[in-house]
Design a protein around this ligand. Sequence first.
Ligand code: KIV
Length: 274
Amino acid sequence: MYKGQEPTQRKPITVKTLAKMKQAREKIAVLTAYDASFAAVLEAAGVDIILVGDSLGMVVQGRQTTVPVSMDDMVYHSRLVARGCRTPLLMVDMPFMSYPTVELALRNSARLMQEGLAQMVKLEGDGALVEIVRQLSRSGVPVCMHLGLLPQSVHKLGGYRVQGREEAAAGKLIDDALRLQDAGSDVLLVECIPAELAARLTETLEAPLIGIGAGAACDAQVLVLYDMLGITPGRRPKFSKDFLEGQPSIQAAVAAYVRAVKSGEFPGTEHCVA
Ligand code: KIV
């Protein structure tokens, strides 16, 4: 929570708030949500950023991957979440193949902002997206670049694997992150990379860095809501934790997550993937 404010008294979180939180070394709590009721629970618990992730394809729609999720799906769920909260920054995923060119990226990000009321869009990729990020940023679209493990590329990667283990891959990731930041990525997100590499990146970048399966040093932590409530079918990822266990309600579980992120207690070393 931003310096001593109760969730109910908070001002809306903006890109400026996030930059100040990084400077003040105040941890940023991020969770996914896909509807108005959960958005209200997250807001009441003091979550700083709500991500309408394309993970909705798996946890809400029951698909095997995020690849089939459409722009219409993202606009619909973004609008639902926007109705349920006022203060967290609303970040929304651009789905698979909605940003292969500057023109499509501009058109589809405009849909997410105008119809879905998104306040920031998230794109998966690497340094090859520098020009797209530059044009989005110039057009007034706040951007979060998602690096490391890219779930939309699962078929190309051949599975959900840790990224950036080798020195060359780690160096490329740092170089790409810096170029994307310089092009206008206001926030960056890394998924499933070694904790040491994420710590190096956190120190190197001026922009806030969100981590998932990337260790405790990141400026922010994100989890998929259904994973941290222990209701995702199948095996929970190693980097996640069931926060509902031992808590009397979903509201209490989300509040426990926010406290654990803010205090640096989560993630522990047992949640590191490499
Ligand atoms: O879609 C999603 O929920 C995400 C998180 C896993 C970061 O991108």
